[in-house]
Design a protein around this ligand. Structure first.
Ligand SMILES: Nc1ncnc2c1ncn2[C@@H]1O[C@H](COP(=O)(O)OP(=O)(O)OP(=O)(O)O)[C@@H](O)[C@H]1O
Length: 600
């Protein structure tokens, strides 16, 4: 399992906040300017009703000449004030968003780095749709909160405190009444927030299910088409889409109730103020101008509170998103280089498995001991330059045996050595550089043929790429293409045949030129003709390299130097093709089954 250092909840919250603040680094100038602009906007908004109060209370009661000359100053003053407000608003809306987008971009890079760092078992446990939704929607929520948060909170705080002070100055009894309604509003909001949190969480899970469904269906589109299973896929997608819709409906119901509740409270507040204010005016305890000004300040007082309360939705999503983000970027890969690990030195290419035990971690929280062992005391010595074929029943552990060599997973006990060096004691980079893998499933990246052959070696020259293609028996085909090596292979190599993709994968390994080779059912998916061509390329690739081959078609491996039969995670017999046939054991039985099956 990935590990996160244990911390108390308070420490965890502080750490989370500190690391969130860390993403403002390098943007401080924008952050400060954003805050200054926000303060200016809040100040101007606060000043306006007070100016109006002064005018209606004093100036507008003087003669028309005095009003006319004052209006010119007033006009100039208002133009300047609103021009400044316009500039500040623009800055907050534009640069504030840019700042948020830059933070989001940095977080996206950090998250992608974390994904790249993770061991294979992490990807066994996590759905790619979920990982994608973290990269897209979570980070968007965080960036929104990062830039709107300080601005809303600060403008809101200044307007609320400023207008409350002015409201209290204008009329105390009315402000007491306002305070009571405000207290109810806050309690109401806190309760509604608790309910909404659960709805948001559910909503997030549902959208990641939709993403996973979509991912799955698009990745398996060929299987879908070949089974004419579009309706099945549609139905599965409809289910997760409807579940998402349901959760959205619940979310909007909760939000609707919440906002309607706020509107009702505001209605009650205004009614109370007008009735109480009217009564105070009738009693001669308040001026009509003051009541009008009071009403204007109420909206300055309550609008930011509403904004802040509404913002809590974004804020909550951002907190949940940032927590998930941090959990991911702080996770340590299960497989790491040992302290002081040295580079692997392959002198001859001898491989040894010593009493290896291994179980896949099911990721359900159980300890490794609870998971069924797939490799159970496997011993295997492979001589330098030898080609050894692993055969055996499906699920016996052949692919797992191979996956342990480049440390895609770590053994639970026992050890694997290359030229006497434990694979856990050397750097993963040097280990994986020494091993070339050709699998049944070839993955080509969207790009040109040349880019795909040179994958992992961006410094490869065109001559080297062509030479690798030559050795893999694919150069001739590439040269017939109008764009040659610059031909786009399409997403996952969809524009190429299985055999062509396979030979491009082989060319990749030729270019890499590793000392050790793993061929995991590299030809099983091909027809006889393609298999023959690929087989030739593989034979030339394995020359002079220690090679482990897994193949179900025994005809393709009978030329191997040795064959090891693996059953239930152990090597049960080993020898040359002839020796094993003569022994009449498991291999001989498989061979007869396939041979007779082919003749039947
Ligand atoms: N990533 C994984 N997570 C959990 N279990 C796995 C994983 N990969 C394989 N297994 C399980 O490990 C066992 C051995 O699988 P493995 O692929 O090594 O067998 P194999 O001999 O190569 O089979 P085949 O010939 O069918 O490819 C199987 O029971 C399989 O279900």
């Amino acid at each position: 399992m990935s590990t996160v250092s244990p911390k108390s909840p308070a420490q965890h919250r502080r750490g989370l906040f500190a690391s969130f603040l860390g993403y403002y680094a390098g943007q401080m100038h924008l952050f400060i300017a954003d805050i200054v602009c926000a303060i200016v906007v809040a100040g101007i908004d606060l000043a306006f009703p007070q100016i109006l109060r002064t005018l209606t209370g004093g100036l507008f009661r003087q003669g028309s000449d005095a009003i006319t000359s004052a209006l010119v100053y007033l006009l100039v003053g208002f133009v300047v004030m609103y021009a400044v407000r316009f500039g500040c608003r623009y800055f907050v809306a534009y640069w504030g968003h840019v700042m948020g987008a830059r933070m989001e971009s940095r977080m996206r890079e950090d998250l992608f780095d974390a994904y790249e760092r993770m061991s294979l078992s992490f990807f066994d446990r996590n759905k790619s749709g979920d990982l994608m939704s973290r990269l897209v929607s979570d980070l968007f929520d965080i960036s929104e909160a990062a830039h709107h948060g300080p601005e809303f909170l600060l403008i809101g705080f200044i307007e609320v405190v400023g207008s409350f002070a002015i409201l209290s100055f204008i009329n105390v009894p009315l402000t007491v009444c306002l305070g009571v309604v405000l207290a109810i509003l806050v309690v109401y909001n806190l309760r509604a927030n608790l309910q909404m949190k659960a709805v948001f969480r559910e909503n997030r899970v549902r959208i990641s299910n939709v993403n996973s469904r979509l991912e799955d269906s698009l990745a398996g589109v060929r299987v879908v088409k070949s089974f004419a299973a579009e309706d099945v896929e549609r139905e599965k997608f409809r289910e997760s889409n409807e579940a998402y819709l349901d959760s959205k409906v619940r979310m909007y119901r909760a939000m609707g109730r919440y906002q309607a509740g706020i509107a009702a409270l505001m209605g009650i507040l205004y009614t109370l103020i007008v009735v109480m204010g009217g009564w105070l005016i009738a009693q001669g305890q308040m001026e009509a101008t003051d009541l009008a000004t009071y009403a204007l300040y109420i909206s300055l007082f309550t609008t930011p509170i509403e904004n802040i309360l509404n913002f809590t939705e974004t804020f909550q999503k951002a907190i949940a998103g940032f927590r998930r983000f941090k959990e991911m970027v702080d996770s340590q890969p299960e497989i790491e280089d040992a302290p002081g690990a040295s580079a692997l030195k392959v002198t001859k290419g001898a491989i040894s498995y010593h009493d290896v035990h291994f179980a896949y971690d099911s990721g359900d929280g159980e300890g490794a001991g609870e998971n069924p062992e797939v490799i159970r005391g496997l011993n295997l010595d492979i001589r330098p330059g030898e080609t050894i074929a692993l055969v055996g029943a499906s699920g016996g552990g052949k692919s797992t045996t191979c996956a342990l060599l480049p440390r895609f997973y770590d053994v639970d006990s026992g050890s694997i050595t290359i030229d006497g060096q434990d694979v856990r004691s050397v750097t993963q980079r040097s280990l994986r550089e020494a091993i070339g893998i050709v699998q049944q499933e070839v993955y080509l990246f969207d790009g040109t043929i040349a880019e795909n052959i040179a994958y992992g070696n961006p410094r490869a020259t065109m001559a080297q790429i062509e030479q690798a293609a030559e050795k893999a028996n694919i150069a001739e085909f590439i040269e017939t293409l109008p764009d040659g090596y610059e031909t786009q292979v399409g997403e996952r190599g969809t524009r190429l045949s299985g055999g062509q993709k396979q030979r491009i994968a082989i060319a990749r390994v030729f270019l890499k030129d590793p000392k050790i080779l793993i061929l995991d059912e590299a030809t099983s998916a091909l027809d006889n003709e393609s298999e023959h061509a690929v087989q030739e390329s593989l034979a030339s690739l394995s020359r002079g390299r220690t090679t482990i081959v897994i193949a179900h078609r025994l005809s393709t491996i009978k030329d191997a130097d040795e064959i090891a039969t693996i059953d239930a995670g152990r090597v049960v017999e080993r020898g040359t093709h002839e020796e094993l046939l003569a022994r009449g054991g498991t291999y001989a039985r498989y061979y007869r089954m396939q041979f007779e099956g082919a003749r039947a």
